[in-house]
Design a protein around this ligand. Structure first.
Ligand SMILES: [Zn+2]
Length: 290
């Protein structure tokens, strides 16, 4: 098996404790499978992204001993590829233009599940978005969350290209994963609901389907969702703080307990973590108390 994993941060701010869990888990899972681990900068949402954050993110990954394979790719460098893809989908009638505004959708109660208005009645009114004509969706087995049935009403014809001229996340991610040869995705559960959409697009394009593992969200010790603020604190990059953070992440991921003796240098800690990594030990819920 030729495992290729990836970590795909958006440069909208520095990495925090939540992003460390995802980065570390995806890295360790790739390395345990003798695989490669890629880093991709997801910067399509331009107004919120900047290069200073991108540099901080990459510097932080290196400081934490998480070295990527191959060159880092940036989504804004790939707009032409995304454009070619949605245009060829339209040409093959696997996608179609949609001029419905939010108000139109609300009026027709089609905000959450699109009613295919513009598929049935092609629109010429500009500006248009582009939607996938979803024909297939399939259940899948998440390595951590288990069996995931598709939504009972099916996957809605979701947006590939936005009316405001921005390529939608789903389209970019599916093409990037395919062209980078990614086989396995380890990421946060906040993206679990997006997975059926991404798989619907992979099925349409006859791309190989990927394996997924969605990590549990980190909850506050009272079981409530952590506030954005608690989790937005940038990761420290002082050497002694790095080891403490790495250890905390491994405890949260269920790999070691707090009392565990661990190597006292970053490189040694990462090598030790690769040796012991077992994704099945990741708990169902991660409490912030650890
Ligand atoms: Zn429409």
């Amino acid at each position: 098996m030729n495992y290729i994993g990836r970590f795909a941060p958006s440069p909208t701010g520095p990495l925090h404790e939540g992003s460390l869990l995802t980065a570390l888990a995806s890295y360790l899972d790739a390395k345990t499978h003798q695989g490669r681990w890629l880093v991709r900068i997801e910067d399509l949402d331009q107004p919120r992204c900047n290069q200073a954050h991108e540099k901080t993110i990459l510097d932080t990954l290196e400081a934490y001993g998480l070295y990527w394979d191959n060159a880092v790719i940036r989504q804004t460098d790939r707009i032409d590829r995304y454009t070619d893809l949605y245009q060829s989908l339209i040409a093959r009638k696997q996608a179609y233009r949609c001029s419905c505004s939010r108000t139109d959708l609300k009026g027709r109660n089609a905000l959450n599940h699109y009613d295919r208005h513009c598929l049935l009645k092609p629109s010429t009114q500009e500006p248009t978005a582009v939607r996938l004509n979803v024909e297939r969706c399939q259940a899948f087995n998440d390595r951590l969350k288990g069996y995931q049935a598709p939504p009972s009403e099916g996957v809605s014809d979701f947006i590939l290209y936005r009316r405001d001229g921005i390529v939608a996340y789903q389209l970019a991610v599916v093409l990037d994963d395919y062209e980078q040869g990614v086989t396995d995705i380890v990421r946060g559960s906040d993206l679990l609901d997006e997975t059926h959409k991404q798989r619907a697009l992979q099925l349409t394009l006859d791309y190989p389907l990927l394996q997924y593992a969605h990590l549990p969200l980190v909850l506050a010790s009272d079981g409530q969702k952590l506030s954005k603020q608690t989790f937005a604190t940038p990761l420290p990059i002082e050497p002694s703080d790095i080891l403490a953070q790495l250890k905390k992440a491994m405890v949260r991921l269920g790999q070691i307990d707090k009392e565990c003796d661990t190597p006292s240098d970053v490189e040694g800690f990462i090598a030790f973590s690769i040796d012991i990594w077992d994704i099945h030990k990741v708990p169902k819920v991660i409490k912030n108390s650890c």
